[in-house]
Design a protein around this ligand. Sequence first.
Ligand code: SF4
Ligand code: SF4
Length: 414
Amino acid sequence: MNKKSRTEPYISTYLHSKGRKLGLPIAGNFELTARCNFNCPMCYVHMTEEQVRAAGKELTAEQWISIAREARDRGMIFVLLTGGEPLVRRDFFEIYRGMKEMGLLISINSNGSMIRGEILEKFLADPPFRFNISLYGGCNETYENMCGQPAYTRVKENIRALRKAGVEVSLNLSITPYNYQDLAQIYADAVELDVNVRASSYMYPSIRVNGEQYGCGNRLSPEDAAKYGVAWDQLRFTGEEFAVRAQNMKNLIGDEEPECPVESEEGVRCRAGSSAFWMTWDGQMRPCGMMPGPTAYPLEVGFEAAWETIKAETAKIRLPNQCTSCAKRDVCPVCAAVCVTETGAFDQVPTYVCRQTEQTICATWEAYQNRRGADSKQAEQTICTTWKAYQDGRGVEQRMEEESSEHAAEKEGN
Ligand code: SF4
Ligand code: SF4
């Protein structure tokens, strides 16, 4: 578990590649709300109840269902319900059931804290395709520090209840200045719960929350992001697997299923704006939730026209030449959203990511060498100990021999 594993079913990969060729929106990400019962400092979309009420733009259940129906009629098969925390919506199950009745395959992003009692019962009676639950720490103190609530025990219990009932759960882990010290415990939890973890120490700048503060975020330095990313790799890989990973890194060969699958070498590499779209909580369509634009308004122009705008605008996006021709590209998490949130432009090099990538390669290789060093030191140690034991044994034998000849001599003397 937690090794390089294929998390996406082949049928989904196939449908996306067909969708891309035919210009169909196979997957929709619906950000049902910006509200959340947690308050994480690195979140890219988070508003209080009061802020949302003042903005007055959160879409109604009817509006979400109507957009989903139009999208389904245009080809959508997969839906991700996300937030904020989607379960804070009182009408969540109205939306969920409405979309289920359309035959859509629904995944849910959640912090996991509310999946108990009546809510849990409802999900057990009619489970989603998958839950993606964020695990923020390995103890209540870390949760309190990072999310504002000591919810670790509760979240773990909730995940356990879902797993016990056979519901598909995958964990998301954001490695931040608030939880890097808990990595070993988080890994142990994932093993105990028997769930796959998708971890990232790269945090996008939260420009949707903080305005145009490109490249800023409540996150680790690129060097520490690399260090703790590699620390996580050391937990999840065996010595042999880590050695292969180190060799691949050194040769600049990517060996991980990327967070957003790569579909093309030109322009936007992922599915955003070619077979997938994102709806923000206030009704804006974008290629991806991390990007501040391009934007279209399906509630005003209809789904079809909005989707055509998003596809056309996404096709114009170009990444920096330095990135498209970079030898490290396959081991670097660079993408259109990374460039624009780091620099304010799609075609500018995100230096934070360059530093993190460089350091990840170095730190992986260094950790591999240290492991090899530790292994050979251990081997040397074993040889020394064996030799010492042998010598000690010989000493004893010699002493015994000496003692017995002394004894014999004494006897003879008598
Ligand atoms: S961000 Fe830096 S390391 Fe990554 S592909 Fe671009 S130039 Fe290369
Ligand atoms: S633009 Fe980046 S973050 Fe957005 S979907 Fe594509 S790879 Fe993922």
